[in-house]
Design a protein around this ligand. Structure first.
Ligand SMILES: Nc1ncnc2c1ncn2[C@@H]1O[C@H](COP(=O)(O)OP(=O)(O)OP(=O)(O)O)[C@@H](O)[C@H]1O
Ligand SMILES: [Mg+2]
Length: 569
């Protein structure tokens, strides 16, 4: 993630508001009018006092009462309208931003998300985006409102004597600008730390729940629990530090306001005694200043929250900026499958972006870390090609390259003799049925879990695929058959059952090129035999690339490639 300047981030976040500029202007106008209505209530009170003292203010008692009532009602209406508009803007923008984040994540799949901390990702999608609400609903318009409302107030106060206007300006700048800047410096990275720690805690919790079996087995529970309480304590310490800071800031703001009032009083007294202002010029500016700190105190609280907003904004923008390992191709060609080949492929997982940073160092390191070196494989039509090799030698990696999840570093992967870099992603996905080494199931019915391979599949097609994968009978034995719900990640099914559902998906997808990663590793020989028979029958008009450790499975293969840490012999 590249580091961006805070101003740069704020500016980019601001740019997102563009489609809603009209609403933003409305919010600012409503807000300004709302504050002015509130501030002029005590000021009118001041005029009432003057009237009571028998001074000529140009106002009658009746007018004052009517104006007071009108201001009170307007205050409520404007305030409501402002809040309503601000929240409309914020939630509309959050929806837009969420959409963009999901779009970005979708493009980054799977390569860029493989090694990422899932807790961090969840925090990004939920709390980071959520925090931006503060920026869009409670930051932009309050700043503009404060500028406009306080300028009007300075002019009003200044109309009695310019010096009084300047005193007011100084007071507003102190509370609304100087104080928030100091506060934001003081709070430093606390916001970012809190965000990081809470993401870590979520990830740790998630892992603990997933790994509960292993934890129990190895009596690892106490240590794990200790880690959780340690993380919780750290987090709560930081959170209380932050709220202490917020409390202190509020106190400082109040002291500053009080001091400003005293200065104003002194200046008013001086001007009154030296005859430069009348009594009304003493009373009204005094009341006006005392009642007009609302808009700037709203800003003094921003010091702490702005830090968090910038941090969250930076994360959200960074994920939108991240360059995917492979882009979806839409301007390439559509091809009909004839054969698939890997030609002198060399590959490592060192990302391209990192490489461009320190080109020399990294490329040397990358050479040493090559997972595949000069690998060539040919899968002809109507053939089953097997790949064997030690664990970790790069078999699954090769299949991912055929799927174009990653880009080769050298050589090429071709389908129908066209480099897959030039084939449209949709066309590629239509030609390939990929069964991963670990089948992921969704918390849904068995039927829906299989149907993800072909959304418009008829019930007959689903059953047909399940028979080929030797899972139909098992499904029928379930209490609700195909409508039985499987738990999260298929937790209510055995490893072999999950595997066979994965196979059923591959059969249902019915693509001309099947890539199967260890399809039988968890199966008994009876089920294996059924599946191999289906596979042999399927391969009549298909090509199959089969990764397996099992000799019995490899017996169906027409060609077998042996892989040795990245090379094929
Ligand atoms: N996303 C990744 N980032 C970095 N390294 C990875 C990544 N995925 C896999 N590797 C590494 O690449 C090597 C090859 O992994 P691969 O999954 O292709 O092995 P495999 O031959 O399928 O092994 P197995 O038989 O155990 O499934 C391994 O050393 C693995 O640790
Ligand atoms: Mg593998």
């Amino acid at each position: 993630m590249k580091k961006q300047s805070k101003i740069g981030i704020l500016f980019r976040m601001l740019k997102l508001v563009k489609p809603l500029t009209g609403f933003m202007l409305m919010a600012i106008i409503f807000g300004t009018l709302g504050f002015l209505a509130a501030e002029f209530i005590p000021i009118l009170g001041g005029y009432a006092i003057l009237e009571g003292l028998g001074m000529d203010t140009g106002l009658t008692w009746k007018m004052i009462v009517i104006l007071l009532l009108a201001l009170a009602i307007l205050r409520a209406i404007f305030r409501f309208a402002e809040q309503r508009t601000n929240h409309y803007i914020a939630f509309t923008l959050l929806a837009i931003i969420r959409d963009k984040v999901f779009g970005a994540l979708r493009k980054l799949c799977p390569a860029k998300l493989e090694g990422r901390d899932k807790g961090d990702l969840i925090a990004l999608i939920t709390s980071d985006v959520e925090l931006l609400e503060v920026f869009y609903a409670h930051t932009i318009s309050p700043i503009c409102i404060a500028v406009v409302a306080e300028t009007i107030m300075c002019l009003f106060i200044g109309s009695f004597h310019p010096l009084l206007g300047l005193v007011a300006l100084g007071a507003f700048l102190l509370v609304g600008v100087v104080l928030p800047v100091i506060i934001s410096k003081r709070s430093g990275d606390t916001g970012e730390e809190i965000r990081k720690q809470s993401a870590e805690l979520s990830a740790h919790m998630l892992e603990s729940i997933r790994g509960i079996d292993d934890t129990l087995q190895y009596s690892f529970g106490k240590k794990r629990l200790g880690e959780i309480s340690e993380k919780t304590e750290d987090l709560s310490k930081r959170q209380s530090a932050l709220s202490n800071l917020t409390g202190t800031n509020l106190a400082i703001a109040n002291v500053l306001i009080l001091l400003s009032d005293i200065v104003m009083l002194a200046v008013c007294m001086f001007l009154y005694q030296s005859g430069q202002i009348e009594f009304d010029g003493f009373l009204i500016p005094m009341i006006a200043l005392m009642s007009s700190f609302g808009p700037v105190t709203a800003l003094s609280a921003l010091g702490t929250t702005l830090q968090n907003t910038v941090v969250s904004g930076a994360r959200v923008l960074a994920i939108m900026d991240e360059i995917p390992e492979t882009e979806d191709i839409t301007d390439g060609v559509n091809v009909t499958f004839t054969r698939a080949t890997a030609e002198n492929v060399t590959f490592n997982y060192g990302g391209e972006n990192e490489k461009s940073v320190e080109k020399n160092d990294k490329s040397v390191a990358a050479e040493r870390n090559n997972i595949l070196t000069d690998v060539s494989v040919a899968v002809e039509r109507n053939k089953i090609v097997g790949i064997v090799g030690k664990s970790g030698c790069g078999k699954s990696t090769l299949l991912k390259l055929f799927m174009r999840f990653w880009k080769v570093k050298d050589g090429s992967i071709k389908i129908s003799d066209t480099d897959i870099e030039n084939i449209n992603t949709d066309s590629l996905r239509d030609m390939e049925s990929y069964m991963t080494q670990e089948t992921h199931l969704f918390k849904d019915t068995v039927a829906n879990n299989i149907r993800i391979a072909k959304l418009d599949a008829t019930d007959e097609e689903v059953v047909e695929a399940c028979k080929k994968a030797s899972i139909h009978e098992f499904i029928m034995s379930l209490p609700k058959g195909y409508e039985t719900e499987v738990g999260e990640l298929g937790s209510t099914l055995s490893g072999g059952e999950r595997q066979r559902i994965g196979l059923a998906r591959a059969f249902l997808h019915d693509a001309p090129f099947m890539l199967l990663d260890e399809p039988t590793s968890n199966l008994d020989s009876l089920n294996e035999a059924v599946i191999l028979k289906s596979l042999k029958a399927e391969s009549k008009d298909k090509s199959v690339l089969l990764v397996s450790h099992r000799q019995s499975t490899l017996r169906v293969a027409d060609d077998i490639y042996e892989m040795e840490v990245g090379r094929i012999s």
